[in-house]
Design a binder for this molecule. Structure first.
Ligand code: RRO
Length: 311
């Protein structure tokens, strides 16, 4: 039997797959569905200080090779994701991770401090890469701001802390980001958020496909898999070995996950495919990855992790 068990921040996970903070993880009902599924973790939608309605609709569109979204952080506010923690633990023993995406440093500090005290929350993922809040650039594209944020949040986050990173495209940027992260008590990075400010158009109707920001939004799914793989591979190479790397971006089949494993990902998250297929995607992905590894004669993810060959 192929073993897909892994661990993140010392927390054992039953499999290699869980949901990305994004689709279908905003309400208690959605989180309970994840608790009952094969997702190895229940991950919440990125939470803000106050509840948010998000951007006007249509704000999400499935595309032939992925998705584009400008949701604008709709969520119930961080206190709700704290209240949900014990309710989820009645249903499942699997870990519960809360994603945090404050609009200001002071809000992130307050939220991380508060959520750190909640017993039934296992880890926190700080989203420093949301591309869709009008007037708020992605923090991780500003290295001075990233430095300041990491210095401050480290003082208050008392749970294992991960960072959701945007895609980088230049080796100098990978190196600068990694050297900042390496100086802090970060348990994992999640690579990558959607590729921000893409523009998808319907040529027949001569119109954009989502309403906010004139149609500009974050691109996800198969379109971005090569970018996600590159980011996982580079961060694995540049980060201290204690900092784990979670892959996300275009995981639609077991073979996609195998590619992330070769690049060194400790686990993968599923966004666009989970939005399209619902919770049943997790069992399918597990079956497919196990079958592919079995066919290749591998028993365990450690047989493959980071073993990508170069020419
Ligand atoms: O809610 C969103 O618009 C959103 C967020 Br917070 C994010 O981090 N990434 C994304 O593609 N959409």
């Amino acid at each position: 039997m192929v073993n897909l068990k892994t661990s993140i921040a010392g927390i054992p996970l039953e499999s290699y797959f869980f949901n990305a903070s994004g689709p279908k993880c905003m309400t208690l009902e959605e989180l309970l569905a994840l608790a009952a599924s094969n997702s190895a973790v229940v991950m919440s939608k990125s939470s803000t200080f106050e509840p948010r309605e998000g951007n006007p609709e249509p704000r999400y569109c499935n595309l032939e090779f992925g998705s584009i979204n400008s949701m604008g952080l709709p969520n119930l506010g961080y206190k709700k994701y704290a209240e949900f923690a014990p309710l989820l633990k009645v249903q499942t023993t699997k870990p519960y991770f809360v994603s945090v995406s404050g609009l200001k440093l002071a809000e992130n500090m307050e939220m991380l401090k508060y959520l750190s005290e909640i017993k039934d929350i296992d880890a926190l993922e700080l989203n420093l890469s949301c591309p869709n809040v009008i007037g708020k650039p992605q923090i991780c594209y500003d290295f001075d701001q990233t430095r300041e944020v990491l210095r401050e949040i480290e003082k208050v986050a008392k749970k294992p802390l991960g960072l959701k990173l945007p895609p980088y495209f230049d080796f100098v940027h990978f190196e600068e980001a990694a050297s900042i992260i390496n100086k802090h008590n970060i348990a994992f990075v999640t690579c990558i958020n959607s590729v921000g400010n893409a523009l998808f158009i319907d040529p027949e109707k001569e119109v954009v496909v989502i309403k906010p920001k004139g149609g500009f939004g974050g691109l996800g799914g198969a379109y971005i898999k090569p970018i996600a793989l590159a980011n996982v591979r580079k961060f694995r190479e540049l980060l201290r070995k204690e900092i784990q790397v979670i892959g996300v971006g275009g995981v639609d089949t077991g073979v996609d996950a195998f590619e992330f494993l070769l690049c060194g990902a400790d686990a993968v998250q599923v966004g666009t495919t989970f939005q399209k297929e619902g919770v049943k995607c997790f069992a399918r992905l597990e079956t497919e990855l196990k079958a592919y590894m079995f066919q290749k004669g591998y028993d365990d993810i450690s047989d493959v992790k980071g073993k990508l060959k170069t020419l």
